[in-house]
Design a protein around this ligand. Structure first.
Ligand code: GLN
Length: 196
């Protein structure tokens, strides 16, 4: 069984852990660098990216995570986790850093107050014909997609909300909250392939 880490510094890591366990993975809550060494992949949960950034640096997790990403570890970031994975960020708090890896620019809290949180159905051809119900909570948007990354889902106005780049996967929204397990299953395929 693949060992999947969930970064458990802040945010909705428990929801991700539940989905991954439901899919048959062994889930490890990762808070320390040592806990990263045994995992075949890791999920970066939603929450508050500026807090996760600070905590990951305070607890010495940022550098090991960057090395793991550079080494090809499968990583799936949702919402705040997508922000952490982005090479560059707009509208971060002062001094906010990212781990990087995904060749994208994300804009944090990209939807105005009226649309702080909303739900909509989106098409994700890579995951089948059935549209996915997507929950956006003070969500980021992928403002631009670099040559190394691929947009795999967009809103009806064309704004990108899911991206993939090799073993890296990111969504602006929260599949861990809706019971649609297709993103996690897709991520686990990458994890299994990586684990060999
Ligand atoms: N607005 C949050 C941030 O900047 C993301 C919200 C979320 O993860 N649901 O990190």
């Amino acid at each position: 069984r693949p060992q999947v880490g969930v970064l458990a510094l802040q945010g909705d890591f428990r929801e991700h852990a539940a989905v991954l366990r439901g899919l048959g993975a062994d889930v490890v809550a990762v808070r320390r660098p040592e806990e990263l060494t045994d995992v075949d992949g890791i999920v970066l949960p939603g929450g508050e990216s500026s807090v996760q950034d600070k905590l990951s640096r305070t607890f010495g997790m940022a550098e090991p995570l960057k090395q793991a990403i550079a080494g090809g570890l499968p990583v799936y970031g949702t919402c705040a986790g997508l922000i952490l994975l982005a090479d560059s960020i707009l509208d971060g708090i002062a001094g906010q850093q990212t781990l990087g890896g995904l060749d994208v620019v994300v804009r944090r809290n990209a939807f105005g107050s009226q649309l702080d949180s909303f739900e909509t159905d989106i098409d994700i051809p890579e995951l089948g014909e059935e549209p996915m119900h997507a929950v956006f909570i003070r969500a980021p948007i992928v403002e631009s997609v670099g040559t190394k990354a691929t947009a795999i889902a967009s809103l009806s106005d064309g704004r990108v909300v899911a991206v993939e780049q090799g073993n890296l996967l990111g969504t602006s929204f929260h599949p861990e909250m809706t019971g649609d397990i297709r993103f996690h299953a897709y991520f686990l395929e990458k994890v299994r392939a990586h684990a060999g």
